[in-house]
Design a protein around this ligand. Structure first.
Ligand code: SAM
Ligand code: DTB
Ligand code: SF4
Length: 319
């Protein structure tokens, strides 16, 4: 049983974990989970898109890229007051962390200052803050830390060898560089990926290997299931076997015992039973609220009923 925190996992070891009989894998993941976390508590984050659409990057999964023909209303950067009221609503729904996302390749210094103001406003409302704005310089990461930002989200998305099939406008190394700046600025890292993009099990192992072998494990690891949006190149990709999704969550839990593993995008199309299996496999965080960035998420009432049935304490209010 892996007890020590490791950063030297080989691809073969990770594949060995993924290949186990399902019951053995889930037992192992749940055992690790219980040593490090309250098994009945789930952290709740809420998303807000602060700048929507018109992104110059060509990520094949994303409805916000200018390279794809998706019916989506573009929106300029929101005002600080609009963000503050969204944060109040999120808090009233039981959210603990407020995550703001912008469809940028990288922010300008002027944009960064505007976003820093939003961070201050959200902190005043009593929520933890997270941002995802694309690439940052070291100086920008430091300025966000000074504004009181808690987390920065920057996903590796998939294995290095599959990355070129998904994005061509940036390199894997660019992502790793921003993650390094974020750590150097003392911000907490939120970093994960997307499953169901046509990758194979070995490539899922490759993503997990990259995440687990970062100099520090990310504090939060969002595991997204691809939301297939009409007009994006990945629309029509053969869906991933749901049990393979659960396996990947379980291995993320085993490799990164202290992290919050987040059952992220794609929950709306999952059955209650599949979500329950993901929690059993060690997922202990979700996005709460009816919208992700541009796509929909389960209704809060459906979530409440599920959490009640599972006896899970989610966010700041009982399930
Ligand atoms: N532009 C910034 C960036 O890419 O880093 C921040 C916003 S971007 C929308 C944040 C993350 O959302 C991506 O890294 C990706 O993992 C996730 N995402 C985007 N579209 C998705 C989709 N259709 N299904 C699942 N996850 C998606
Ligand atoms: C993450 O890993 N998933 C969130 C958050 N980080 C920013 C975003 C999911 C986006 C899903 C597609 C959309 O709503 O546009
Ligand atoms: Fe732009 Fe982020 Fe979407 Fe890629 S994932 S197209 S960088 S908004």
């Amino acid at each position: 049983m892996a007890e020590t925190i490791r950063h030297d996992w080989t691809r073969a070891e990770i594949l060995g974990l993924l290949d186990q009989p399902f019951n053995d894998l889930l037992f192992q993941a749940q055992t690790v989970h219980r040593r490090h976390h309250d098994p009945n508590a789930v952290q709740a984050s809420t998303l807000l898109s602060i700048k929507t659409g018109g992104c110059p990057e060509d990520c094949a999964y994303c409805p916000q890229s200018i390279h794809h023909d998706v019916a989506l209303e573009r929106e300029r950067l929101l005002s600080v007051e609009a963000v503050r009221s969204a944060a109040r609503r999120a808090r009233a729904q039981g959210g603990e962390r407020f995550c703001m996302g912008a469809a940028w390749r990288r922010p300008t210094d002027r944009q960064l200052e505007q976003v820093a103001e939003m961070v201050r406003a959200v902190k005043e409302e009593g929520l933890e803050t997270c941002l995802t704005l694309g690439m940052l310089t070291l100086d920008q990461a430091r300025r966000l830390a000074e504004a009181g930002l808690d987390y920065y989200n920057h996903n590796l998305d998939t294995a290095p060898e599959f990355y070129g099939r998904i994005v061509t406008t940036r390199q894997y190394a660019d992502r790793l560089q921003t993650l390094e700046y974020v750590r150097a600025a003392g911000l907490k890292v939120c970093c994960g990926g997307i499953l169901g993009m046509g990758e194979n099990r070995e490539q899922r192992a490759g993503l997990l290997q990259q995440l687990a072998n970062l100099p520090e494990h990310p504090h939060s690891v969002p595991i997204n299931l691809l939301v297939q949006v009409e007009g994006t190149p990945l629309y029509g990709t053969p869906p991933l076997d749901p049990l393979e999704f659960v396996r990947t969550v379980a291995v993320a839990r085993i490799l990164m015992p202290g992290a919050h593993v987040r059952l992220s995008a794609g929950r709306e199309r999952m059955s209650d039973e599949l979500q329950a299996l993901c929690f059993l496999a060690g997922a202990n965080s979700i996005f709460l609220g009816e919208r992700l960035l541009t796509q929909s998420n389960p209704q809060v009432e459906r979530d409440r009923q599920l959490f009640r049935r599972l006896g899970l304490q989610v966010g700041r209010v009982a399930g």
